[in-house]
Design a protein around this ligand. Structure first.
Ligand code: PLP
Length: 428
């Protein structure tokens, strides 16, 4: 029995499913999850000592690669001065200044401890600011696990939302309208049905929780227009795309200005951090300046801020995003080429430092319905064959992959060569 297998058996007795977040349990691909002992650069090392080229990057934060010296040193220095004060620090001011400079649509920002807290708080703020209850989200987008966001579409496109987890009251879910990603008409219909009731739209600017689906050119500008027309706020959830698709996020890449932005993952450099911010008049509605309540014992934690600040400083250096994009482009084109040589139908979507692999005959994959038509069994087979080859992709056909600046061209070539060997086996 491997060490991962024995730890998993033990963990399942003590932790539901053996994991502290469901996708880690490999339920999407079957088999035993790897227990990780350490990570460095582009590599993960499991409890049995095997090395893997890592394209999960802790689900996004590790854009600089693992164990980056600048972040490690900043954390050690902060730790030496104390772990938490529950009072303001200079680092919080420096961090707020840096974030609002890097993302110009954010006049003000508030730090929280996760992406879930960021989206949950931004939506409460949008509701408080507009005095409206309903929100629009998109099928296949994930914004964390707050009750009103764990909602799927009703049976018809414009029926009220239904909970997609027990424990979410239908009375909450009914305020969430679920529209179709990349389909502006579905959003127009929602506004026509509830012209005075919609507080905000929340959207992933590149959908990364149904694998990787970039927006069609008219989609994000269309959302901006409809929000302006109907007096709703546009919340761009950049928890995944922020500092990954471009330095100023996908909103800069696609040229759309939101009222509020949610951040997470990279902003903490690997520590538990989230943030939300945007228009000054909206942000000033937050307590203590305004009536909308939001708080956190550990928010703006000095160690987490030190890690995030060091990470953002590193990625602000010139040339970083062209480099990250080139690495991702090379992986995408290499995988496509290898698949073509072995007659395996494959679509690879990619933007900046994120990508998605789809086993499908479809020419393009642009919405949730397209994603559900892909061959999940083939993905599972590919995932396990690649794991044997020492390459760690996300253990689910519905999750995006992440490139880091620590990946070398050699790592990418090794990945492509491994994929070609796997495609050969998959044909048999
Ligand atoms: N929003 C998006 C777009 C995400 O991808 C995620 C997590 O993957 C979240 C919000 C929730 O963030 P967290 O897991 O830090 O609560």
């Amino acid at each position: 029995m491997s060490k991962s297998e024995s730890l998993y058996a033990q963990a399942k007795e003590l932790i539901p499913g053996g994991v502290n977040s469901p996708v880690r349990a490999f339920t999407g691909v079957g088999g035993v999850p790897l227990f990780i002992e350490r990570a460095d650069g582009a590599y993960l090392y499991d409890a049995d000592g095997k090395a893997y080229i890592d394209y999960v990057g802790s689900w996004g934060p590790m854009v600089l690669g693992h164990n980056h010296p600048a972040i490690r040193e900043a954390v050690l220095e902060a730790v030496s001065r104390g772990l938490s004060f529950g009072a303001p620090t200079e680092m919080e001011v420096k961090m707020a200044e840096l974030v609002t400079t890097l993302v110009p649509s954010m006049d003000m920002v508030r730090m929280v401890n996760s992406g879930t807290e960021a989206t949950m708080s931004a939506i409460r703020l949008a509701r408080g600011f507009t005095g409206r209850d309903k929100i629009i989200k998109f099928e296949g987008c994930y914004h964390g696990h707050a009750d009103h966001l764990l909602v799927k579409a009703g049976s018809g496109a414009l029926t009220l939302g239904q909970p997609n987890s027990p424990g979410v009251p239908a009375d909450f879910a009914k305020h969430t309208l679920t529209c179709t990603y990349n389909d502006i008409e579905s959003v127009l219909q929602a506004f026509k049905q509830y012209p005075d009731d919609i507080a905000c739209i929340i959207v992933e600017p590149v959908a990364g929780n149904m694998n990787c689906i970039p927006p069609q050119p008219e989609f994000l500008p269309g959302l901006r227009e409809l929000c302006d027309q109907y007096g709703a706020l546009l919340i761009i959830d950049e928890v995944m795309t922020g500092f990954r698709v471009a330095l100023a996020g996908a909103q800069d890449y696609y040229g759309v200005t939101p009222d509020l932005t949610c951040l997470g993952k990279i902003i903490g450099g690997g520590m538990p951090v989230g943030a939300f911010g945007g228009r000054r008049d909206v942000m000033e509605a937050l307590a203590p300046t305004g009536p909308v309540y939001q708080a956190g014992t550990l928010s703006g934690n000095p160690v987490a801020m030190a890690a995030g600040f060091a990470c953002l400083n590193e990625i602000s250096q010139p040339g970083i995003y062209p480099q990250l994009t080139e690495l991702t482009d090379n992986l995408a084109s290499g995988l496509l080429d290898a698949a073509q040589k072995e007659d395996i139908p494959l679509v690879v979507n990619h933007v900046g430092g994120m990508f998605g692999i789809f086993f499908t005959d479809q020419e393009t994959v642009t919405c949730y319905q397209d994603v559900t038509r892909c061959d999940v069994e083939r993905f599972k087979q590919f995932f396990h064959l690649m794991l044997e080859e020492g390459v760690y992709f996300a253990p689910s056909a519905f999750e995006a992959g992440f490139m880091s600046l620590a990946h070398s061209q050699e790592d990418i070539q090794k990945t492509i060569d491994a994929a070609r060997r796997c495609f050969v086996k998959m044909k048999k």
